[in-house]
Design a protein around this ligand. Structure first.
Ligand SMILES: [Zn+2]
Length: 65
């Protein structure tokens, strides 16, 4: 299961793409925190059995992989 969403960084104000892979567990025991690909500020965190990946956005707003 993969889902992604746009995050606005609180550190540098840029938008980036945060994608989680694995299963979302409300109250799960694994806690992953997204990291801004521009300034490395911490972004949203999720309880997830998987990984959070962040990508910069290109000029069309698509994640750069
Ligand atoms: Zn940032």
């Amino acid at each position: 299961m993969t889902k992604g969403y746009i995050v606005k960084c609180e550190g540098c104000g840029k938008d980036y793409y945060c994608e989680s892979t694995g299963n979302i567990w409300p109250g799960g025991k694994d806690h992953e925190t997204a990291t801004c690909p521009y300034c490395k500020a911490e972004g949203p965190s999720e309880f997830i059995s998987g990984f959070l990946h962040t990508y910069k956005l290109d000029e069309n707003g698509k994640p750069v992989r």
